[in-house]
Design a protein around this ligand. Structure first.
Ligand SMILES: Nc1nc2c(ncn2[C@@H]2O[C@H](COP(=O)(O)OP(=O)(O)OP(=O)(O)O)[C@@H](O)[C@H]2O)c(=O)[nH]1
Length: 371
């Protein structure tokens, strides 16, 4: 049995973690009130979850995560998208945070969930990973949510710097989910968040379950590590749940297409290594079709690990994990972020100039005009 630690940092990270716990408790949102009392989760692995936040209200909003797993790192009501303050708070409260991570014992792997663009999550995450990599020798993966591009200059510049910081933190890989890419999901903003969070949660839970399953064709944590160590340190995930009419080869294709992916990429051009896990009843798993799809992918990508989990009565479900050697979308995001940084810099200069003007004007302080 695998020992897994899942941490959610900041509001976005907390909410995705809560969605994971909701699924693990059996689904429906109405389960929430009971979570605090009947917190027996249906994880196959031994999974510990922890939520960190500077804003107590974000932690209170969680409904499916045990109260003892929600850790308030007190600092006003959040750090207001300021990563410098976030970093300072982390350093001040590092001992409390690391003690909480230490408590449940050792792990086989950890996953840290966060937005790239807010203040708390995006500043805590790289520092936390750095600290964990210093102390423990298990892999630490980050699941990073990119902002809607119209959310403003501060969020864009935070994204550019937090991706850089996480890459430099020693993280064993960054799995990207992009709000902008997933925004067509429909509904108002809260519904869109919930659905995006559920998509991420579903993929993580499927991955954890599969890595801890008896497989007909085996992929394990070792293969996952190999996949994640490929490419440029960035990855994404795809998933597709077939119905009776969907042949398994279409389910595989869909998990690799915009229908299933969490981030905009052409996997046949940008992926560097992949893992494809297929679960379902034997009668739906046509091995020739599966092999043909995997060969097609490995001809484009290079190394593809294939796992098959037999599950009686189920239509095929396919999870793909892909590391990327290039990411056109990230290049575009950095172009926009660069403009945002320059805009913020120009604004600051203007404020400084105005301050100079204040000084000039203050020279007549206490004086009256003489006529
Ligand atoms: N997918 C998804 N994105 C979210 C959610 N909540 C916030 N975000 C995104 O996260 C970014 C803001 O980061 P937050 O996680 O709210 O910020 P924080 O880490 O709590 O930091 P501060 O509030 O500044 O202290 C924005 O780009 C939002 O679009 C959510 O529930 N789901």
């Amino acid at each position: 049995m695998l020992n897994i630690l899942v941490i959610g940092n900041g509001q976005c990270g907390n909410r995705i973690l809560d969605s994971i716990n909701r699924y693990a408790l059996g689904g429906g949102r109405s389960y929430g009130k009971l979570a605090k009392f009947y917190s027996r989760q249906k994880f196959k692995s031994h999974v510990e979850t922890l939520a960190f936040n500077t804003a107590i209200n974000d932690l209170k909003e969680m409904r499916f995560t045990k109260a003892k797993d929600r850790v308030h790192i007190s600092h006003l009501h959040g750090v207001g998208a300021n990563r410098n303050i976030g970093k300072q708070v982390f350093e001040e409260k590092k001992d409390i945070i690391m003690r909480r991570i230490e408590e449940p014992g050792n792990f086989d792997a950890a996953f840290i969930l966060s937005s790239a663009s807010g203040g708390t999550g995006s500043s805590f995450t790289p520092l936390l990973i750095k600290e964990m990599k210093k102390r423990y020798n298990y892999p630490v993966y980050c699941i990073l949510v990119l902002p809607f591009r119209e959310e403003g200059t501060l969020y864009l510049q935070n994204t550019a710097f937090s991706i850089r910081d996480i890459r430099e933190s020693g993280a064993d890989g960054i799995i990207l989910a992009d709000n902008q890419y997933l925004k067509n999901i429909g509904g108002n903003i809260q519904e869109a968040y919930n659905r995006i969070n559920d998509m991420i949660a579903e993929r993580i839970l499927f991955l954890l379950e599969a890595l801890d399953s008896e497989m007909m064709m085996v992929t394990d944590l070792g293969d996952f590590k190999t996949v994640m160590s490929g490419g440029a340190g960035l990855a994404t995930m795809g998933f597709f749940r077939a119905n009776k009419e969907t042949p398994v080869k279409n389910a595989i294709q869909n998990s690799l297409s915009p229908t299933g992916l969490l981030f905009s990429t052409n996997v046949y051009e940008e992926a560097s290594r992949a893992m494809v896990i297929i679960k379902g009843d034997r009668k739906y798993l046509n091995m020739d079709d599966i092999s043909a799809e995997i060969i097609k992918l490995s001809e484009a990508v290079g190394q593809v690990f294939k796992g098959i989990v037999v599950s009686a009565g189920e239509y095929p479900q396919v999870l793909s994990v892909l590391t990327l050697e290039s990411a056109n979308e990230i290049e575009k995001l950095y172009d926009t972020a660069l403009q945002a940084i320059q805009q913020e810099k120009a604004k600051k200069q203007k404020i400084e100039e105005e301050a100079k003007l204040d000084k000039v004007i203050s020279r007549i302080k206490g004086l009256e005009p003489e006529y």
